[in-house]
Design a protein around this ligand. Structure first.
Ligand SMILES: [Fe+2]
Length: 142
């Protein structure tokens, strides 16, 4: 699965873990569906909580709409009837496209806002226009 990276380690690791959980839910056997669903919900709740704490920390203007997107997904997953594999698998098939759209829109906007907020909090010294990680990286071999 292609998941874009934001260059924010916490974000990227959390999203990679989520992508793995979604894949496990979709590809796993019926006997493991409930356990895989519980693991995905745990992973989503952790990821969403981290994002929402970051949004609060920077007083993010789109916090409410972003949080609402998270809440709708969790509400849908929590509303599934245990043992109803047909409904569970139908919902599971919708999570991946939702996740990809959410990454490409809401999470990307948040990542940009976090990077801007980080730069505002730690402005580069005069004359230094590269972020520290780029400035410290060796030039690629020709
Ligand atoms: Fe998000």
């Amino acid at each position: 699965m292609d998941t874009s990276t934001f260059g924010i380690p916490l974000f990227d690791e959390a999203h990679a873990a989520l992508a793995e959980q979604i894949q496990a839910l979709m590809d796993g056997p019926d006997a493991e569906f409930e356990a895989n669903l519980a693991a995905l919900i745990d992973c989503l709740e952790t990821d969403f909580r981290v994002e929402e704490e970051l949004m609060e920390a920077i007083d993010y203007p789109a916090l409410r709409s972003h949080r609402e997107q998270h809440a709708r997904v969790l509400a849908t997953l929590h509303a599934l009837t245990p043992g109803d594999l047909q409904a569970g698998r139908r919902v599971a098939s919708l999570i991946l496209p939702w996740f990809q759209l959410h990454l490409a829109t809401a999470d990307t906007a948040l990542a940009i806002a976090l990077q801007v907020a980080g730069r505002a909090a730690n402005p580069a010294p005069p004359g230094l226009h590269q972020p520290p990680a780029a400035a410290a990286s060796p030039a690629p071999a020709a």
